[in-house]
Design a protein around this ligand. Structure first.
Ligand code: PAF
Length: 299
């Protein structure tokens, strides 16, 4: 008997495996990735594997979500280590297609989610989220999972994918998993590998600055500008950062808001050397905070 492969690169082989599981009544959870896997992905895969689900992980560095001058060619690729992590974390199958398998010659379709692209990363990365939604929709059609897991570190990506799923009636439940951090607070990211020793030492200031903003709101700051200025000052003091944006937005509409009881998303992007780091904190205050926290956890 030939052993069933752990990695497949063709949609037909992927479907054969997934359809077999479905015929046996098994539920499928899907974790899309671009490889260079780290403990954040490990957490996603472990969470996906709960409750006896079959777990498919995709590894595909998606060219359409990188802009000109971004790091597509340099994006870290580490296939052996990735497969090891996938096995350890409990994945059942890795789908690692080539570019032509995902985008056949003449590919001409783009998925665009309107209106959630006015703030945060979107204005700074034109076309990025169209690349993300297009590939996520394609991957969902290829894998046909019951559950999709995304990390909250890419908060805008999760919100936009959630809207796409709702708007297009996709038969999949989105589960957003909290950001995994290093002990010093730095959000774990594949791009942290770009940091020099000096930059790595400065990097936790991004989370610390956002957390200072969160505390200011908890202590009664009611001006978004006040919060944003505070975060910016903290990053200036830390040195080395080139801030791209600091914004306080509604976590569902992603529109700018003033601090108020309930939930807001405080998010920032900054360059540290050649690494572009992003991070965010969900700020929960006031009477609405408990209910909102529970709702957020189940999405
Ligand atoms: O978050 C990522 O790694 C990518 O944006 C995703 C969701 C795998 C789509 O290429």
């Amino acid at each position: 008997v030939t052993p069933t492969p752990f990695t497949v690169s063709r949609v037909t082989s992927l479907r054969r495996r997934v359809d077999g599981w479905k015929r046996r009544g098994q539920s499928i959870a899907f974790v899309p990735t671009m490889g260079a896997l780290h403990d954040g992905h490990r957490r996603l895969i472990e969470r996906a594997a709960g409750k006896g689900r079959r777990v498919v992980v995709s590894i595909f560095v998606n060219p359409t979500q990188f802009g000109p001058g971004e790091d597509y060619a340099a994006y870290p690729r580490a296939r052996r280590a990735d497969l090891k992590l996938c096995r350890e974390a409990g994945a059942d199958l890795v789908f690692a297609p080539g570019v032509r398998e995902v985008y056949p010659a003449g590919f001409a379709t783009t998925v665009h989610v309107e209106g959630l692209d006015r703030t945060l990363c979107a204005p700074h990365r034109p076309g990025h989220f169209d690349g993300v939604t297009t590939v996520v929709l394609k991957l969902l059609e290829m894998v046909r999972p019951d559950r999709l897991l995304l990390g909250r570190k890419d908060a805008q990506q999760a919100v936009i994918c959630g809207r796409m799923i709702r708007d297009l009636n996709l038969p999949v439940v989105l589960q957003v998993i909290p950001t995994v951090r290093e002990p010093d607070g730095l959000a774990i990211s594949s791009r942290n590998r770009y940091l020099t020793q000096e930059e790595r030492a400065a990097a936790p200031a991004l989370y610390q600055a956002l957390d200072a903003g969160r505390r200011a709101i908890a202590e009664g700051e009611r001006s978004a500008k006040g919060v944003i200025d505070l975060v910016r000052r903290r990053l200036d003091v830390a040195g080395l950062f080139r801030v791209q944006y600091i914004e306080l937005v509604d976590p569902r509409t992603l529109e700018p808001v003033e601090p108020k009881p309930g939930e807001q998303l405080l998010a920032a992007a900054a360059f540290l050397g050649r690494a572009r780091l992003i991070d965010n904190i969900v700020v929960r205050t006031g009477r609405a905070s408990r209910r909102d926290a529970t709702r957020g956890a189940s999405r």
